[in-house]
Design a protein around this ligand. Structure first.
Ligand SMILES: Nc1ncnc2c1ncn2[C@@H]1O[C@H](COP(=O)(O)OP(=O)(O)OP(=O)(O)O)[C@@H](O)[C@H]1O
Ligand SMILES: [Mg+2]
Length: 438
């Protein structure tokens, strides 16, 4: 039996409410009056008027970001669409009319069962031990990932700045996917695909399909059959590939290069991008129809600077991780150092924070990290800048030094270096050229 609290906002308990609770009980949802001092888990609030009392209640209950509330209106319909929006904004997870509840109580029970299942998954070791974040925005994203993974086979588009955790979530979604005999997760970075070979990368080829095709080979779709294909930096897909790709998504059939035989495939597509799609579509660089096809479930990842509550959790997580890896015993950061981290803007998001903490753990000799030499926005560190010459010349020198350092850190791989710097590969390559580094 699923349990949920209930609360009545405004009117006194009426006989209709009692019958609603009985109907829910029969449909498998056991309700009990809310004890505000011991609030835990999801519940229902019944109301006849969307007044200040109701808004205050919703705000209070959903304050932690964890409790879910189904708002049940005793009026047959909410008079204005805007009221519904305002209730959702105030913290209601969903709205339903009493009539609908009485007509389909099992759908309410199913909703609570699903919420319970999702929140249990969020507290499971698979997520708790490897994924950091308890801010409301992050938990909302996680809930959607669990829901999409376990209750649908929908495709997902992850949009977010560099280092916000798109790949982390793509992997999690695949791991949570309960399909029996699930296939593999195949990751394809669209920035690294040579356009001439992209057909073969995606769909595979037959022996002799083109010069150099010595053996037949499976492409990403066939390798991910029954599983997930993660397409990173989807915005970099060539125009020719975009139209082929759209056809495959619609028909769910691929043809290897050099063959006309259709091979059915069943693949969940997760795509990721850190570019603004609206702009790319407007500029004619990305097909609108393909965008709609990929964007079945859109998920926006919030930059770290907009979920600063999570910074102390990340600090602890990465300190533990690097202490273990580097055999160190750093206990924590001074309040001043933590304050510096919270004040900083994190253009490279979680990846930047992770890299910084690794460096701090490597360099620290005490038990506590007292102060941090943070880069200024844009990665320029005044303390280490070399003077001399014009400002432009010294900025170019600095840019050169940063690029060379990042290239070296990434084994001279341009795609990885571009990614670490948060630049599209094409921009990165043109900077290399104009700085005389290519
Ligand atoms: N919520 C999180 N919990 C733990 N680690 C995280 C989290 N988010 C990001 N990371 C870590 O931060 C780094 C960057 O994450 P990820 O590669 O998923 O970012 P991304 O959005 O794919 O970035 P890019 O656009 O540059 O490819 C990884 O090392 C990842 O492990
Ligand atoms: Mg990524």
């Amino acid at each position: 039996m699923i349990k949920a609290w209930y609360h009545v906002s405004g009117d006194k308990v009426s006989s209709i409410l009692r019958s609603a609770l009985q109907v829910l009980q029969k449909a498998g949802l056991e309700t009990y009056p809310l004890n505000p001092k011991a609030l835990s888990g999801p519940g229902l609030v019944f109301f006849s008027a969307a007044d200040a009392g109701l808004y205050d209640f919703l705000k209070e209950v959903s304050r932690s970001g964890f409790e879910r509330v189904l708002a049940v209106t005793l009026a047959p319909l909410l008079s204005a669409q805007s009221t519904a929006w305002n209730l959702l904004k105030a913290g209601a997870s969903d709205l339903i009319s009493l009539d609908l509840l009485l007509a389909r109580p099992e759908s309410v029970t199913a909703r609570f069962a699903r919420w319970q299942h999702i929140d249990e998954a969020i507290h499971s070791p698979l997520i708790k031990n490897a994924i950091v974040g308890s801010s409301f925005s992050w938990i909302s994203v996680l809930r959607l990932i669990v829901e999409v993974a376990q209750f649908t086979d929908a495709d997902v588009l992850l949009e977010g700045e560099t280092g916000t955790g798109k790949e982390v979530l793509a992997r999690l979604l695949h791991n949570l996917d309960p399909r029996p005999d699930k296939g593999e997760l195949v990751v394809l970075d669209c920035t690294t695909i040579v356009p001439e070979l992209s057909g073969s990368e995606f769909f595979g080829h037959e022996r002799g399909a083109f010069t150099g095709a010595v053996n037949a080979r499976n492409g990403a779709f066939a390798l991910a059959d029954g599983g997930t294909l993660f397409l990173d930096e989807i915005g970099c897909m060539s125009a020719a590939m975009q139209s082929k790709f759209l056809r495959v998504l619609e028909d769910k059939v691929i043809e290897r290069l050099g063959s006309e035989k259709g091979i059915p495939v069943d693949v969940r597509i997760i795509s990721a991008t850190n570019i603004d799609f609206a702009k790319e579509i407007k500029a004619g660089k990305f097909r609108q129809d393909l965008f709609y096809r990929l964007n079945v479930i859109p998920l926006q990842l919030i930059p770290l600077r907009e979920r600063k509550d999570d910074i102390p959790l990340f600090v602890q997580y990465f300190l533990d991780k690097f202490n273990k890896e580097l055999n160190k015993k750093i206990k924590g950061l001074s309040a001043a150092a933590l304050g510096q981290l919270t004040a900083y803007d994190w253009p490279g998001n979680v990846r930047e924070l992770q890299n910084l903490l690794e460096r701090l753990v490597v360099l620290a000799d005490g038990e506590t990290i007292e102060e941090i030499d943070l880069p200024l926005p844009g990665g320029f560190n005044a303390a280490t800048a070399t003077g001399g010459g014009t400002l432009k010349a010294s900025l170019l020198e600095h840019e050169k030094a940063v690029i060379m350092k990042v290239l070296a850190e990434n084994g001279n791989n341009r795609s990885l270096a571009a990614k670490a710097l948060g630049l599209p590969r094409s921009t990165f390559c043109s900077r290399l050229e104009s700085l005389g580094l290519s």
